[in-house]
Design a protein around this ligand. Structure first.
Ligand code: FAD
Length: 271
C-alpha cells in the first residue's frame, strides 16, 4: 500500500493517505480513519476526527461490467462513467442513469469525481444513486473486515438520514442491477423548490411481473418501494416524510402523490 501525507488539502488533521491496492490494504480501519472514494463530501466539510484516509479508488476495480444477468457497477465507478457508458438497446431502464445523475445538486466537477458507492454510503435522502438502486432492485456486495462478504438490498442498506447498515471497516464493493429490471419500462419524476435546487422528491415508477411499483425517495428519510396499487399516503408512514431547508414534510408528501400519479400515467403510455 502506498502512503502519502503531511497535512492534506483543506483537511488539516489528515496526516496520511494510503492508496489501497489489495483487499488486505482495506483492513486496519479505526475511528480516526475513513475510506476515501471521490472525496466530494469528505473534502466538503471539516473532518476533525480523522487523521488517516484509505483511498479505495486505487483498487483497480473495473467500473462497469455488462453481464447476461445484468450490470455490475464497482462502488468506485464515477457518476460520469455510469452516464457515459453504452448499454444494450433493450435496457430501457438505463435512461434512469442520466436522470438520476442529473437529479443530484452537483456541478460537472462533482459528477466527475463522485462515485456511485460514495453516494450510496452517504445515505442522504437526496442521494439519487440510492433512488436508482432502490427502484431497480439492486443488490449491494459488501466486503467485511474479517475477509467475509455479505449482500443486501438498497432498501435494507439505507436505514435513515445519513445512516446505513454499513458497519465499521466494511467496504461497499459493488452494486448489481438485475437484467430483468434493466429491460423494464420506467418513468421518472423529480421536483425541487428552486429550479437548480436539491431534490425535494424523486419518484420512479417501474413495470414488474407483479404489476407497477413506485420508488419514493428524496421526500422521505429513506427510500420506499411500494406497489402502485397502494396509495402513497397509505403505504408511506407519516413519520417517514423528510423536512429540511429544501422542503417541508407536508409539501413533500403532497407533491410526491402528484409525481406518483404522473409517473404511473407515463408508465402506462398516457403521455
Ligand atoms: C456541490 C455538491 C453538491 C452535492 N449534491 C448532492 C446531492 O444532490 N445529493 C447527494 O446525495 N449528495 C450530494 N453531495 C454530497 C456528495 O458529494 C455525494 O453524495 C457524492 O456522491 C459522494 O460520493 P464520493 O465518491 O465523493 O464520496 P466520498 O466523499 O469519498 O465519501 C463519502 C462517505 O462515504 C464513505 N465511502 C465512500 N465510498 C465507500 C465505500 N465504497 N465503502 C464504504 N464507505 C465508503 C466515505 O468514507 C465517506 O464517509 C454534494 C456534494 C457537493 C460538494
Amino acid at each position: 500500500m502506498a502512503a502519502g501525507g503531511g497535512g492534506l488539502m483543506d483537511l488539516p488533521t489528515i496526516t496520511t493517505v494510503e492508496q489501497a491496492r489489495t483487499r488486505a490494504d482495506l483492513r486496519g480501519m479505526s475511528p480516526d480513519c475513513a475510506f476515501l472514494a471521490g472525496g466530494t463530501w469528505l473534502f466538503s466539510e471539516p473532518q476533525n476526527q480523522l487523521n488517516r484516509l484509505i483511498d479505495i479508488t486505487t483498487m483497480g476495480w473495473p467500473p462497469l461490467t455488462i453481464r447476461d444477468d445484468g450490470l455490475e457497477i464497482a462502488a468506485t465507478c464515477t457518476i460520469a462513467q455510469l452516464v457515459a457508458h453504452d448499454y444494450p438497446a433493450e435496457w430501457a431502464a438505463a435512461v434512469l442513469f442520466r436522470q438520476c445523475a442529473d437529479s443530484l445538486l452537483a456541478s460537472f466537477k462533482v459528477w466527475n469525481a463522485a462515485t456511485v458507492g460514495g453516494n450510496m454510503c452517504m445515505g442522504l435522502p437526496a442521494g439519487s444513486m440510492i433512488s436508482l438502486g432502490a427502484s431497480l432492485g439492486a443488490t449491494l456486495r459488501i466486503w467485511c473486515p474479517d475477509g467475509a462478504e455479505r449482500t443486501t438490498s438498497v432498501l435494507e442498506f439505507v436505514t435513515g438520514v445519513q445512516t446505513t447498515s454499513l458497519r465499521s471497516g466494511e467496504v461497499l464493493r459493488s452494486i448489481h442491477i438485475p437484467a430483468a429490471a434493466l429491460t423494464s419500462s420506467v418513468a421518472f419524476r423529480r421536483i425541487s423548490l428552486a429550479p437548480q435546487g436539491r431534490a425535494g422528491s424523486v419518484v420512479i415508477a417501474r413495470e414488474t411481473s407483479d404489476g407497477p411499483v413506485l420508488c419514493i425517495s428524496a421526500a422521505t428519510k429513506r427510500p420506499y418501494l411500494i406497489p402502485a396499487r397502494s396509495g402513497v399516503d397509505e403505504a408511506v408512514p407519516e413519520s417517514a416524510w423528510y423536512e429540511d431547508a429544501h422542503g417541508a414534510a407536508d409539501w413533500r408528501r403532497s407533491v410526491t402523490a402528484l409525481l406518483a400519479a404522473e409517473a404511473l400515467a407515463a408508465l402506462g403510455g398516457a403521455e
